[in-house]
Design a protein around this ligand. Sequence first.
Ligand SMILES: Cc1cc2nc3c(=O)[nH]c(=O)nc-3n(C[C@H](O)[C@H](O)[C@H](O)COP(=O)(O)O)c2cc1C
Length: 349
Amino acid sequence: MLDLTQLRTPIVLAPMAGGFNTPALAAAVAEGGGVGSFGFAYSTPEAIERCLAETKQLSAGPLNANFFVFSDVSEPGADQYQHAQAALRALSAAGSFDVKWPTPPFFPDLAAQLEPVWQQRPEVLTFHFGIPDEAIIQRAHQLDICVGVTATCISEALAIQAAGADFIVAQGWEAGGHRGCFDPNKPDDALDTGVLTALLAEKVSLPIVAAGGLMMAADIARVIDKGACAAQLGTAFLACPEAGTSPTHRRFLLEESGRETTFTWAFSGRPARGIRNAFMQAMEGQPLLPFPLQNTLTGGLRGWAGASGNCEYQSVWAGTGVPALQELPATQLMDQLVSGLKKEFSLQR
Ligand SMILES: Cc1cc2nc3c(=O)[nH]c(=O)nc-3n(C[C@H](O)[C@H](O)[C@H](O)COP(=O)(O)O)c2cc1C
């Protein structure tokens, strides 16, 4: 089984659902000695099979397949549906998109999504929003696949350790994308990446991969000093030409990185950090459906915004480090991070 404490380069490409991870991007990170990842939350089994097989043609380095652990949702009442729909229809752009009505099944079948994983056997399998069933962890172990789960606080980390996972992704408050907390309706400790990493290094015995706001070698060295075995970087890779980021989305990230990043629940029904745009602003305090029904409800809006290159109505997930984003090929970015890390560690000695 892959030992994450022994990576040639202590960098994990963050899994990023939505097409940002591509075979070329994952392979570049794996070839650079790190772990190449895919966010497969909403992907079909066919797409998962294709991405893993294509990446294996490009690199023999370690790969990570990542999934969401969706919780059952009780269907909202007609009133709640109508209020949530009305909030979207009140937007100034409302005439341009359809408001989709969520119908069961509300989320993909994880067992079907995992079939290509059992066939292709990536070295790593990770989960966001909770711990998968024990049988999934056991099956992964039988196939020599290392299992990781995101934690945002100490109680989640202890539960992950007790469940028999092999490592923890410590996701700090600065992280771009969805916050991986198990229950978004519980109070959030809002620990930053450094504090969370140090806390988990003291309280749990599993290896820790730190995530959130890490853009440069000095950031990675800082979390390794606090006890992480590796750093998971998402935002830092979004402007690489190998990433699946659309040209308008890429430009928005680079040109609007001076805007603040904030959390919003309005796109999906769960908190996620991104560049604050017109949609986030207009939806403040508006009625929403629970996750992932709100994600379906906003599907038409996001589809229209993506197709028309309108980043004001699209989720532009990014961490607090986005002002340090560079438009560099992934291989060059990896080289830059590796030589920076060498300098950081030789300076410390
Ligand atoms: C565009 C985007 C999509 C993301 N999608 C996922 C995902 O599908 N699964 C997951 O575990 N984490 C996801 N994340 C969170 C990352 O795993 C990681 O915690 C985060 O990128 C780290 O913060 P950074 O973006 O500041 O590097 C996503 C992050 C971004 C920026």
